[in-house]
Design a protein around this ligand. Sequence first.
Ligand code: HEC
Length: 402
Amino acid sequence: MKRVATMTLSLGVLCAAYGANVVKAVKVRSLHGLRCGAYLVRKYAHFTPVVLYPQTTLHLNDKKANELNKDAKAIVAKVAAFTDGKKVAIIVHWPDRSKDIYKGYKSDSYPDGFAVQFAANATNPQKLPYIGMGSDGRAVEIFLRKAYGQSVYEPNGNGDVAHQVNPHNTDYFGKELKKFEKEVQKLGVRPYARAFVSEGFRSMTEIKDGSVTWRSDMCYNTKRHIWGGMVIKPIDDAYSKAAKNELAIAVAVWDGKELQRDGLKRLSSWIAVKLPHAKNRALEKVVSEKVRGDVAEGKKQFAANCASCHNDKDFHNAPIYMAPDLSNVGGQATAAYLRESILDPNAVVVPGYNRNQHPSYAWYNLKNGKRVSIMPSFSYLDAKVVNDIVAYLQTQKAEVAK
Ligand code: HEC
């Protein structure tokens, strides 16, 4: 293995405990041609377990999917990274009993998929973007890949309208339709892989102008029922940069069998990827902070101050559209984010539902074009009380599936 000659073999921090969320990037000479199931990955990746929790912030308008995901459990993924000094490869392995590949235009089937997200800026780890989507002024760069059985045909404005239509809407039938589908497949140019920049729900914008050179890959291990996913991107690009040789990333996966798509997925909390020469420990501390506090007292305080708006695993009294469901917030948010949410709700305003669809439950109001949360600040609470509430919120997470 000549390619890995310059690999650093130091074991570094051993992160056996779930939730430590620190990944040490392995230095390699080249990432050229690397695929997710490659020997290099199997042999030299330093995998860190990372728990992915069901996302329950928003209530989806799909009865069947909601039913299927009602008591969804968390899963343990493994995340590793390689770097050649210029680019970084993020590798994710996650368990999934069935390989669900999108075929044709079946409207009720969804593919498995994964996404890796990079904080645009992690210089201040106390103020990371809203997990999964980014937030105003705190952008994220997202790389998404779905398991499509075929390449996606994108006419890219070349005027080929005839091949863009859904086969169900063509006049073709039987043999003719098969022929048409084949033709479209032949025109398919690339897998379903997309990059976005986002500053919150409904602000996702696809990067289509080629300003980032990246690629991705997926591979399924049929024997072990494990998906592998890989994203390779420049360490620094137009939309996200390393801060002192560290990257803040997050990982999401979709299970097609559970009808997961869009916001219905499993999502990690922030993960610190340490590149070679990363000496700073600020980000590492933030992503693995476990708050010591009086959880029982925190629960009481939550009942008194928060449960009129928020539901979680213990409280179900608030209308479901009122405020984000916090049942998995302890698995997806850092303690720093939880503290900030309580003391300064306007620092990150979760945009929530379309205000026109649920007008009585708008999560924010607009003041001079700025979003102002309807959640009051609790900065008047005693520091100890806030700490207890945060300790309680950290217990809010689904169990890990066996
Ligand atoms: C008047 C209703 C209301 C009350 C009371 C309230 N919240 Fe909120 N909370 C909201 C709304 C609406 C949002 C979404 C908008 C935003 O981000 O501020 C939110 C957002 C949050 C978030 C961010 C959720 C996410 O998905 O990132 C957290 C954490 C949170 N609240 C915790 C609390 C805690 C803890 C309390 C009690 C100390 C509390 N809230 C009291 C309405 C409320």
